[in-house]
Structure formats: structure tokens, C-alpha cells
Design a protein around this ligand. Structure first.
Ligand SMILES: Cc1cc2nc3c(=O)[nH]c(=O)nc-3n(C[C@H](O)[C@H](O)[C@H](O)COP(=O)(O)OP(=O)(O)OC[C@H]3O[C@@H](n4cnc5c(N)ncnc54)[C@H](O)[C@@H]3O)c2cc1C
Length: 422
């Protein structure tokens, strides 16, 4: 077991129990859990709205949170946010799921589109109400390390360079910016060419009026539009990891020019582009090499150190558990990640990175960090039963029920995915 001496102090602009770097869905979820556990919490976000890819990046869809047979798998803060986002913005929660899990089995999957900007403001409200110190337009630049122990982070904002100390740091930057710069082992991903903005047209406006629902007014407008499986990846266009300024700029320039080409053919008075993604739509830029690496082969596997049960969003029936070890490493005792930089490979990375699991791994990282502080141990050494109990108190399902496993489909090998995507 690693024990940490928290007494070392450097001159700083502020000191916190937990610093969460990155205010995407995983970071906001993590920060709220920390604050609700009574920990002083700083949330650092480099843009000017919360939600990351889900809002700023215009990826405003809670993908399926059920097993595809009418059983809900993903609860926790995700369930809460799906319902809350539907209070003030549009939603597409299917009729079967309007009142929660349906009584009879259904093939209809539990998913919902949401208003990205209204939901972002709701998250700001949640963060403020939780008593979290929130720094917008503030970049977490560099961790301050002593060996493998993190003492805090240097930030850059309108105030210039500042230093904040913490007992635990949660890297929810999506790109593992802080842990990567701390020298934590990590692996870069590759990203297909996807760039989706939003537009309205006279036709979509008409449809919205006819249906009396503003959701129908807003449609995608794309630069390149490759899927997560690489369908539509154009020949001659590179894949980007997204970890250098040049790559990010090349991705944005390539796609903005493509989108402009696409819309040049449309009638200029019949449509308007209402939003461009204000962060790169990279699915897998960089992930931790954790004490465990999650893959699609983990389908139907129970883990003793599971921190949440999740489902495959694209293929019904496939269920997984996420071990704590995918979020941290034993040799870095007070740093942990959440969201799309969790330790996962191949299609497993796709399963774990999407919005619903990202919200749950945020809760998991936060509770592990809080428990580690209270126990005076490293984050990977917390008492797992206590952690699981804390997560259950937050309505997270830890182990999927065995009766949901379709044994006739289970080969024990790589999941036989419906649709045969790979
Ligand atoms: C093209 C595409 C389509 C997708 N489709 C879906 C879908 O339909 N449904 C779904 O559920 N998921 C989808 N996803 C996945 C999903 O959007 C993301 O995986 C999820 O939102 C990740 O959340 P996160 O909090 O881990 O990271 P992010 O959303 O990346 O959040 C990271 C946050 O950290 C901030 N940040 C980054 N670096 C720093 C720094 N150094 N200092 C301070 N702040 C920093 C960023 O501004 C951002 O707010 C899609 C992703 C892509 C790219």
C-alpha cells in the first residue's frame, strides 16, 4: 500500500483537497461527487462552458443506457442528468422510457438528445450549488511533481500563471494532459475525420413548426463525417492523434474548408449554420496505461474492483464492468483519470468513453480520491467494498445482474457484435 505525506506545502494561490482538471461531463460529475463528499474542490476548465465534447463539441446525445431488452444498466448521475436536461431543453426519451424502466421488455433503447447549451448552463448551476470553485477560461498547464506524487497544478488564465495545490488530482481533460505531462505512462489514439456542426434550414424550421417541437429545427452540418468505425473516412485525409498544436490546427482547417465546400452549393437564404464545434471532435486522443486495460473481451466479466456496470451503446445485450484499475496506477498514488482517457483499447475504448460511462467513471474517480484522502492511502489502494458502497449511495450499479447475460450469445472470446463492425 502506498502512503502519502500530505504535509509538503509550496506557496500557492489556493489549496484544495481535490483538483479536477477539465470540465467535460466526467470532470463535472467528478467535481460534484467530491464536493458532495465534503471535500474542497477546484474545477479548472479551459473553455467558457461546461460539458466538453457533449456541449462545446456538439455531441449532445446520451447514447443507450440499457441492455436493449428494457433493462436499464446506467444509472448514477447520468440518469439524473438525462431527466434534468429534459426539464428545460428538448429531449428524445422514447415513450417506453418516459417514466423510467418499462414494466414489459422492449427493444427500444433508452437514449436521448439534449440541448447542449441549456444543459451546459444547468451544469454550471449544479457546480455553483455544490460549492465548487470553478475557474473558466483557465488552462491546467503543468503538474507539480515530487517523484510520482503530485502536489498541484500550474494554470494559465487572464491572471497569468498560478499554482494550486491539492491532495488528489483528477485528470478529466479527455486528452490526459496533466497526467501525460507528469510522465504517467499513456498511449496516443488516432482519430478519423469527423466534424459536425449544427444548422437550421427553412425546411427544418417548417418541420419543427408542424411538430411543435424545436428539436426538429436543428440538423447536423458536416465537414468530413467518418463514423467511429472509419466508415466515410476520406482517402488521402490523415488520422490525427490530436496531441500537438499542429495536428489540432490541421484537423480544424481541413474540416472547416470541407464544410465550407459542402455548404457553398446550398441556397444561402434557406439555411444558417448556427454552431460549429468549439473543441476538436476527437474520440480517442490519449489514454492512461492503467493497472488494467479494458477491452471488448471483458464482455460479461465480473470484476471484484468494479466501479460501475455499463452497456455497449451500439449493440444490445453486451454488458461490462469497469475496474478501478482502468482509472489509475499503483505507482502514481494521488492522480486518477476519468472519462475518455480511461485505460482501454480497441472497441473497448469506444464502449467506455461515451457520455454515460464517462459520467460514471467521473463519480468513481471522485469517490476513490475522497476515500484515499480519508484513508491516507494511494487511490488504487482504497478499500474496494467501501468505495462500491459509496458509489451505490450515488445510485451507480456496480455489478450487472447475471440474468441479463445471454449465454447463448456469449463465446468467451471477442464479442460477436451485431452488425459486424469489425
Ligand atoms: C465525433 C464524436 C461523436 C461522438 N458521439 C457520441 C454520442 O453520440 N453519444 C455519446 O454518448 N458520446 C459520443 N461521443 C463521445 C463523447 O462525446 C465523449 O467521449 C465524452 O463526452 C467525453 O467526456 P470527457 O469528460 O471524458 O471528456 P471531454 O468531453 O473531452 O472533456 C474534457 C474537458 O476538459 C477541458 N480541457 C482539456 N484540456 C484542458 C486543460 N489542459 N486544462 C483545462 N481544461 C481542459 C476541455 O475543454 C473539456 O471541457 C462522441 C465523440 C466524438 C468525438
Amino acid at each position: 500500500m502506498n502512503s502519502i505525506n500530505f504535509s509538503k506545502k509550496l506557496s500557492a494561490s489556493g489549496s484544495y483537497d481535490v483538483i479536477v482538471c477539465g470540465g467535460g461531463v466526467s470532470g463535472v460529475s467528478a467535481a460534484i461527487s467530491c464536493a458532495e463528499r465534503g471535500k474542497s474542490t477546484l474545477l479548472i476548465e479551459k473553455s467558457t462552458i461546461l460539458g466538453g465534447l457533449a456541449t462545446l463539441g456538439l455531441i449532445n446525445l446520451f447514447v443507450p443506457m440499457c441492455n436493449g431488452r428494457g433493462k436499464q444498466i446506467i444509472f448514477g448521475r447520468c440518469e439524473k442528468w438525462v431527466r434534468e436536461s429534459a426539464k428545460y431543453g428538448y429531449d428524445t426519451i422514447p415513450d417506453d422510457w418516459q417514466k423510467g424502466e418499462p414494466e414489459a421488455p422492449t427493444d427500444t433503447r433508452y437514449l436521448s438528445w439534449f440541448s447542449p447549451y441549456i444543459f451546459a448552463e444547468q451544469m454550471t448551476e449544479d457546480v455553483v450549488n455544490a460549492g465548487i470553485d470553478l475557474k473558466f477560461d483557465c488552462n491546467a498547464v503543468e503538474p507539480v511533481m515530487d517523484g510520482n506524487v503530485c502536489y498541484g497544478v500550474i494554470t494559465f488564465s487572464k491572471s497569468g500563471l498560478e499554482y494550486y495545490t491539492c491532495k488528489m488530482l483528477i485528470d478529466a481533460t479527455g486528452d490526459l494532459d496533466v497526467m501525460r505531462r507528469a510522465g504517467v505512462p499513456c498511449k496516443a489514439g488516432k482519430n478519423f475525420a469527423t466534424y459536425m456542426g449544427k444548422q437550421i434550414t427553412l425546411d427544418t424550421c417548417k418541420e419543427a413548426v408542424e411538430k411543435n417541437n424545436i428539436y426538429y429545427a436543428i440538423k447536423h452540418v458536416s465537414g468530413y463525417s467518418a463514423s467511429l468505425y472509419g466508415t466515410n473516412q476520406p482517402e488521402g485525409v490523415p488520422m490525427w492523434s490530436g496531441l500537438t498544436c499542429d495536428e489540432v490546427s490541421d484537423y480544424i482547417i481541413t474540416n472547416q474548408l470541407k464544410m465550407l465546400d459542402n455548404i457553398k452549393t446550398d441556397g444561402r437564404l434557406s439555411r444558417e449554420v448556427t454552431a460549429l464545434p468549439l473543441m476538436p471532435q476527437f474520440r480517442t486522443s490519449c489514454r492512461l496505461i492503467g493497472d488494467y486495460t479494458f477491452t471488448e473481451k471483458d464482455v460479461y466479466r465480473h470484476f471484484e474492483d468494479s466501479v460501475c456496470a455499463i452497456n455497449d451503446f451500439d449493440h444490445r445485450d453486451y454488458l461490462y464492468e469497469v475496474p478501478l484499475r482502468t482509472l489509475c496506477r499503483n505507482d502514481y498514488p494521488n492522480m486518477i483519470t476519468a472519462g475518455r482517457s480511461a485505460s482501454a483499447e480497441g472497441y473497448g475504448w469506444d464502449v467506455i468513453r461515451v457520455i454515460p460511462p464517462a459520467i460514471l467513471t467521473g463519480q468513481a474517480a471522485a469517490n476513490a480520491a475522497c476515500l484515499a484522502i480519508d484513508s491516507g492511502c494511494g487511490v488504487s489502494s482504497v478499500d474496494i467494498k467501501t468505495l462500491q458502497k459509496m458509489l451505490e449511495e450515488e445510485n451507480v450499479m456496480i455489478h450487472f445482474p447475471d440474468e441479463y447475460v445471454l449465454k447463448e450469445k456469449y463465446t468467451g472470446e471477442v464479442a460477436e457484435i451485431e452488425g459486424g463492425h469489425f
